[in-house]
Design a binder for this molecule. Structure first.
Ligand code: NI
Length: 167
């Protein structure tokens, strides 16, 4: 397994649109393992393939307290949604920034698992928020894209400063 490099906002590669996964081969299994390891090592609750510069429709999430409930969503689609989330969100590609953006509180949809089996899912609260956030990454959208220009400018300045400090 390997820890992958996570693209940092405002890297333009975060705006690439992911293509559907069509091969459930060994390479995909390795990518899923590496993405899970990278997410856990970064203390994240979700990671989209886009963030590790692989532009395929693949997401891993784990919103459990115990950090042992890995969920894999391949080619995910939302079919039904309702309510409004009140939660703030953050992103491993935008470290240290948290804000609220429009999200549904409940979603229902379908996806494929690592073995290529289609399944239905339903999620609420933090898990629903996380799935919507990661699905946005696959469309080339970062959560800060929903914020005002002023906030975006401040975020870019803050991240540049952090990146310079980190060398
Ligand atoms: Ni993110």
């Amino acid at each position: 397994m390997a820890i992958l490099t996570i693209l940092q906002y405002p890297d333009p590669r975060l705006h690439r649109v992911a293509a559907p996964v069509d091969r459930f081969d060994e390479e995909l299994q390795r990518l899923i393992r590496d993405m899970a390891e990278t997410m856990y090592a970064s203390n994240g609750i979700g990671l989209a393939a886009t963030q590790v510069d692989v532009h395929r429709q693949l997401i891993v999430i784990d919103t459990s307290e115990s950090r042992d409930q890995l969920r894999v969503f391949i080619n995910p689609e939302i079919q039904d949604s309702r309510g409004e989330s009140e939660l703030e969100e953050g992103c491993l590609s935008v470290p240290g920034i948290y804000d609220r953006v429009p999200r549904f509180d409940w979603i229902r949809g379908r996806a494929w698992d690592a073995a290529g089996r289609e399944y239905g899912f339903e999620a609420q609260g933090l898990e629903a928020l996380c799935i919507q956030h990661e699905m946005d990454h696959l469309k080339g959208r970062v959560f800060v894209d929903y914020l005002s220009r002023l906030k975006q400018t401040r975020i870019v300045a803050k991240l540049r400063k952090q990146q310079r400090r980190a060398g």
